[in-house]
Design a protein around this ligand. Sequence first.
Ligand code: ZN
Ligand code: FE
Length: 255
Amino acid sequence: MPLEMRVIPCLRDNYAYLLRDPESGRVAVVDVPDAEPVRSALDAEGWALTDILITHHHDDHIAGVPELRAESGAKVWGAAQDAERLPLLDHALSPGDSVALGTQMAEVIDVPGHTIGHIAFHFPDSQLAFTADSLMALGCGRLFEGTPEQMWASLQALMRLPDETRICSGHDYSKSNGAFATHVDPDNSALQARLAQLDRDRGTGAPMAVATLAQEKATNPFLRAGEDYLKDAHGMKGASDLAMFTHLRSLKDTF
Ligand code: ZN
Ligand code: FE
């Protein structure tokens, strides 16, 4: 049975994701920007937290971890590579490792770029991937620590997941990412349809940072860096996919 999921808005535009394995009753949260909204959601569902999964070291993804760990006894999973700048880990993970949430297994995917040591969690049986600030809805994370090469390789690794996978990212940047996407790829009808849907959903409580990989491939300009028409439109005819990605990422930095 697939995981049950609750999407929890936190802080200004962050998301935490609550996951429950219906067979074992185990409950995980992916990132804890703030303990209070996560605790309220757990109470509302009557769920007891057993596991905390961390994607990367930024404060807006981990600030509430120590508090939730102390009050629930939940086990904390995060990247071994970043152990010295993450909250205390019970399970230090390396790329290719698995996380078990009851009967549901997640594979750990290394997705450096936004930070070094950023990981994603893919639950194949539930068709869910938690990508935080690597692959984001209609965008990708800013390169604070890694290189364009690293982020492009990370996005390509995520693009190899099944198309039906729901990509759950760390922030609602739908407005700014949407504006940039339509600026660089104005004639993309799938993009225009997605932006119209986002406009209808905005403010209704619908999660703004969850879409299938197929949708991202069709609409996210950073996943479309290999498209010849996009290279042509940006004066990058014949450029490598990496060069085009690098161009788009630098345009976004000053957009
Ligand atoms: Zn971040
Ligand atoms: Fe973030």
